[in-house]
Design a protein around this ligand. Structure first.
Ligand code: CP
Length: 309
């Protein structure tokens, strides 16, 4: 199947075979991502990185992926230093940037912005987070890490904890996990529980789901614990944020009843939801997950922009 020129806006834009093809290629990209092998697969190609919201991992891993593939990067990391500050619309920004690049990655505070950008661009657009909407390439990174650590996800218990309402990585991930047969438990304060739309997708796929408010009721059965930050910046009312801030924290005491081979993940950044003492455990895989962003994004770019290693 050809990915060339394809937009990735939502994880639903990819079927199971396409996801597996990306993950298989990502595996081949690992030695290139580590700099142990080199390639000029995307020599002469340019990636435009448009980040209208803060990012460390997504932006730098896309830039690193492009450089490891022999290509080049241009970008905007601050709206105030671009013509957006003069009132330029997203549509005009995209029409402009597509003149200068072979693909566009976009992070934007508004849900639906990436879909709009794709409408105005003949070049492929990759959604790197649209407000509380979706973050599909993070999901591919997450799936790659889960498969590395746990093998097949069929029948595995994935416990997602934290801000399941505003956390876009969760929204993309649960849709993808519905294709791979995992059982899902959602642990969150009531006001941050998983949206009904996500539950409907899971019910339609015949996936077993449980809702909890206390991580201690879910930890013993977990194969994967996927922790997320409370998205302070997305609360319309900061007093609502104060009610749930610090309401859960994973530390070594939380893990006392956990399975020996539990995989702990976090898309990062974290604030205080995983205690630093957990970093030293065999279970902590969130920095491995962070590295995996490079081979996975190399696979995505080489398939979409074109060019074989
Ligand atoms: N995981 C993730 O999207 O991190 P950044 O916000 O640092 O890009």
């Amino acid at each position: 199947m050809s990915f060339k020129g394809m937009d990735i806006i939502s994880i639903a834009d990819l079927n199971k075979d396409q996801i597996e093809e990306i993950l298989t290629l990502a595996n081949k990209m690992v030695p290139y991502a580590k700099g142990e092998k080199t390639t000029k697969a995307l020599e002469g190609k340019i990636l435009a990185n448009l980040f209208f919201e803060p990012s460390t991992r997504t932006r730098l891993s896309f830039e690193s992926a492009m450089i490891r593939l022999g290509g080049s990067n241009i970008g905007i990391t601050d709206q105030q230093n671009s013509s957006v500050a003069k009132g330029e619309t997203l549509a005009d920004t995209i029409r402009t940037v597509e003149c200068y690049a072979d693909a566009i990655v976009l992070r934007h505070p508004k849900e639906g912005a990436a879909r709009l950008a794709a409408k105005f661009s003949d070049k492929p657009v990759i959604n790197c987070g649209d407000g509380p909407g979706q973050h599909p390439t993070q999901t591919l990174v997450d799936l790659f890490t889960m498969k590395q650590e746990q093998g097949s996800m069929k029948g595995k218990n994935v416990v997602l904890v934290g801000d399941l309402k505003y956390g876009r990585t969760v929204h993309s991930l649960v849709e993808a996990l519905s294709l791979f047969g995992a059982n899902l438990t959602f642990v969150a304060p009531d006001i941050l529980q998983i949206p009904q739309e996500s539950i409907k997708v899971l019910e339609k796929a015949g996936i077993s789901t449980k809702l909890e408010t206390d991580i201690n009721n879910a930890i013993a059965d977990a194969d994967v614990l996927y922790v997320t930050r409370i998205q302070k910046e997305r609360f319309p009312d900061q007093s609502e944020y104060e009610k749930v801030a610090g309401s859960y924290r994973i530390d070594n005491a939380t893990l006392r009843e956990a399975k020996k081979n539990l995989t702990i993940m976090h898309p990062l950044p974290r604030v205080d939801e995983i205690a630093p003492e957990v970093d030293a455990t065999e279970n902590a895989k969130y920095f491995k997950q962070t590295f995996n962003a490079v081979p996975v994004r190399m696979a995505i770019l080489s398939l979409i922009v074109g060019g074989q290693i």
